[in-house]
Write a protein that binds this ligand. Structure first.
Ligand code: URP
Ligand code: ZN
Ligand code: ZN
Ligand code: ZN
Length: 488
């Protein structure tokens, strides 16, 4: 089918540039971006006067239809993506969890889960064990299946956690394949010890979750992962940076020239841990995620790091469980399924928190919500840009309107919202995905099966200069050693 769209009179924003222009779209692709485009009357015209026209959001971190902690997330690909589109996100990258340790089986399972997708998606893959089969499958994933990133868990002892020996082997493999290594950085043994302490003290409620895994455990694991990635000389991406402890390790490594990417998530930027002390279990348990939402102050530090570029992009870690599922942990916080909502709220909350507040520019907003993710995972400028030839994933945001977040009005299937009652300035009035208007006048018009799997090629820009650094290191091994003696 041939669909033609003209977005007229808006402020078109890319990560490096903004301008007053029209955007003309044909068959899902942006054809031209320039002022005063003239079109025939077979073209649907959207008026964007006084509004921002920006690349749709790309959420680098989601968990849809994931089996986890004895249950499965309540949002599947369709419901999670519909929620995303209602909030201005037009692509997400989800984490495949291997099936019985098999990456190929995991890939097939997730392709099936994603069949009724209504927006484009890509995959990262979690690595939860190590042997020759896994190593070979990683290669297949990168060379044949369009995956260019792997996540390693330093937490979740007894299920997903891997040790340093495996981490080193996996880092080496990632490097040789040009795949980006991603780490969930919490010290899993420390968490197990912290949980034991809480239970011994009789602290079994949701607040025990925060108390059992303090920032020091996140700082330690972040530092360890960074140093080991530096030792292997491969780029590293720290997912869900929740504490200033972790953020400072990232900043330190970056100053020394190491390629470390830090991803804060909306919950860590916006919330603080006081909510875990709420006397009502359901209200408190909805905030349980890992690493935990931290004490007041960490949020401000993460916001500052995002505005200075120490942290480069924002995810959500959208991983929803409803009240009934959260109640699995009513007698023991260790059994509360970990995860919060955010895929629908991210674009609005980041706009209000970072742009409306004056912390960053509109171009920076586009960079941290879309463009940087596209560049990092090697899908720019197909995604993350409003340029001729790019996919027509576009939002129109009205800076003078506002939105309220609530479980009553959101599109996720979960029955709670961690941002309940928050009203923010700026509203995504229109979302266009693959050239289709899918969100307009507060109404979703999504098409199951219209979302496409986006393959991501290895060796993104993060790998540039890696070979040179290795050569320098190798030649330094041949340099004469300076020996010192005590002889006068
Ligand atoms: O609590 C969280 N973050 N749940 C999702 C799994 C993960 O560790 O990202
Ligand atoms: Zn321009
Ligand atoms: Zn994680
Ligand atoms: Zn996650």
């Amino acid at each position: 089918s041939s669909s033609k769209l003209l977005i007229k009179g808006g402020i078109v924003v890319n990560a490096h540039h903004q301008e007053l222009a029209d955007v003309y779209v044909e068959d899902g692709i942006i054809v031209s971006v320039q002022p005063n485009i003239k079109v025939g009357d077979d073209v649907t015209v959207l008026d964007a006067t006084g509004k921002y026209v920006m690349p749709g959001g790309i959420d680098p971190h989601t968990h849809l239809a994931m089996e986890f902690m004895g249950t499965e997330t309540i949002d599947d690909f369709f419901s999670g993506q519909a929620a995303a589109l209602a909030g201005g996100t037009t692509m997400h990258i989800d984490f495949i969890i291997p099936v019985n340790g098999s990456l190929s089986a995991g890939f097939e399972a997730y392709k099936k889960k994603a069949k009724n997708s209504c927006m484009d998606y890509g995959f990262h893959m979690a690595i939860t064990r190590w042997d020759e089969v896994v190593a070979r499958d990683m290669e297949i994933m990168v060379k044949e299946k369009g995956i260019n990133s792997f996540k390693f868990f330093l937490a979740y002892k007894g299920s997903l956690m891997i040790n340093d020996e495996l981490l080193l082997q996996a880092f080496k493999k990632c490097k040789s394949l040009g795949a980006l290594a991603m780490v969930h950085a919490e010290n899993g043994d420390g968490v197990a010890e912290g949980q034991k302490r809480m239970i011994e003290l009789g602290i079994t409620g949701p607040e025990g979750h925060a108390l059992s895994r303090p920032p020091v455990l996140e700082g330690e694991a972040t530092s360890r992962a960074i140093r080991l990635a530096g030792f292997v000389n491969t780029p590293l991406y720290i997912v869900h940076v929740m504490s200033s402890d972790a953020m400072e390790e990232i900043a330190k490594a970056q100053k020394l020239g190491q390629k470390v990417i830090g991803e804060p998530v909306v919950s860590g930027l916006v919330l603080d841990d006081s909510r875990l002390w709420h006397p009502d279990f359901t209200t408190a348990a909805k905030y349980v995620m890992s690493p935990p939402i931290r004490k007041l102050g960490h949020d401000k530090a993460l916001q500052a790091a995002l505005s200075t570029g120490v942290l480069q992009l924002v995810g959500t870690d959208h991983c929803t469980f409803n009240s009934t599922q959260k109640a699995l942990g009513i007698d023991d916080f260790r059994k509360i399924p970990n995860g919060v909502n955010g895929i629908e709220e991210r674009m609005h909350l980041v706009w209000d928190l970072m742009v409306e507040s004056g912390r960053i520019s509109v171009t920076d907003y586009v960079r941290i919500t879309s463009t940087e993710c596209a560049r990092m995972f090697n899908i720019y400028p197909k995604k993350g840009a409003i340029l001729p030839g790019s996919d027509a994933d576009i939002i129109i945001l009205n800076p003078n309107s506002s939105v309220e977040m609530s479980a009553r009005s959101h599109h996720s299937r979960t029955d709670t919202n961690v941002y309940e009652g928050m009203r923010v300035k700026g509203k995504v009035e229109v979302t266009i995905a693959g050239g289709r208007v899918v969100w307009e006048n507060d109404e979703l018009k999504v098409v199951p099966g219209s979302g496409r799997y986006i393959e991501m090629a290895p060796f993104s820009y993060l790998f540039s200069g890696i070979d040179k650094a290795d050569a320098t290191y190798l030649s330094s091994l041949n340099a004469p050693v300076q020996r010192f003696s005590n002889e006068a």
